[in-house]
Design a protein around this ligand. Structure first.
Ligand SMILES: [Zn+2]
Length: 202
């Protein structure tokens, strides 16, 4: 009887330690050294980690990987509907670290750390004019190009319920004028105009 009780305590202890975030577990399934590895049907590891203004990559920590998988998953649910009959997805910005851990593609096509890069420790977010508390910093926000007649913006304005279902936020279309900013931030939906509960002004 005593042994069974000890076993119970032990298993319970293991269970408590196993209570980690779902996306932390998902992130562990991804080969982060493979730039072409898919993080949703439309996006790759390279898409999330490329620092486009500097032409280098950021090697993410566990929390950044978790955030990228969370956003990629939620976004996948929107793009599943959007992709038919619309222009291809072009990302203009995803993660913008405040202290870059530089990466490069090696001779075998693997994404590896680049300890000799002059960008190590530099603030990419500040360099591209990002807000000091931007959700891009930790990988929880993405900008997708949306010029001309703004097909993605108009699609989202017509299909607000998709944002709601996927727990995503979109920046007001009058401040993000040539792109769509999506993020997986925590905000209150109360007090917002009807039908625009998932749209925020920066
Ligand atoms: Zn943005």
């Amino acid at each position: 009887m005593k042994k069974i009780f000890l076993l119970f305590l032990l298993l319970n202890g293991i269970n408590i330690f196993a209570q980690e975030d779902f996306y932390t577990r998902v992130a562990r399934q991804i080969d982060w050294n493979n730039p072409n590895a898919r993080i949703n049907p439309y996006m790759t590891v390279a898409d999330a980690l490329l620092l486009r203004e500097w032409g280098i990559y950021h090697i993410p920590n566990d929390n950044e990987k978790r955030n990228i998988m969370c956003l990629a998953d939620r976004l996948g649910g929107v793009l599943n509907v959007y992709v038919y009959g619309n222009p291809p997805i072009v990302i203009s910005s995803w993660i913008r670290p405040t202290s870059v851990n530089a990466g490069r593609i090696d001779g075998n096509g693997r994404l590896i750390r680049d300890p000799s890069s002059r960008y190590n420790g530099m603030n990419y977010n500040a360099s591209v004019g990002g807000a000091s508390r931007s959700l891009h910093i930790s990988g929880l926000a993405i900008d997708i190009v949306d010029r001309g007649n703004r097909p993605l913006t108009n699609f989202l304005l017509r299909n607000q319920s998709l944002l709601e279902r996927q727990l995503l936020w979109m920046e007001d279309e009058n401040s993000a004028t040539t792109w769509v900013h999506f993020d997986a931030g925590e905000r209150s939906t109360s007090g917002r105009p009807r039908g625009r509960e998932r749209i925020f002004r920066p």
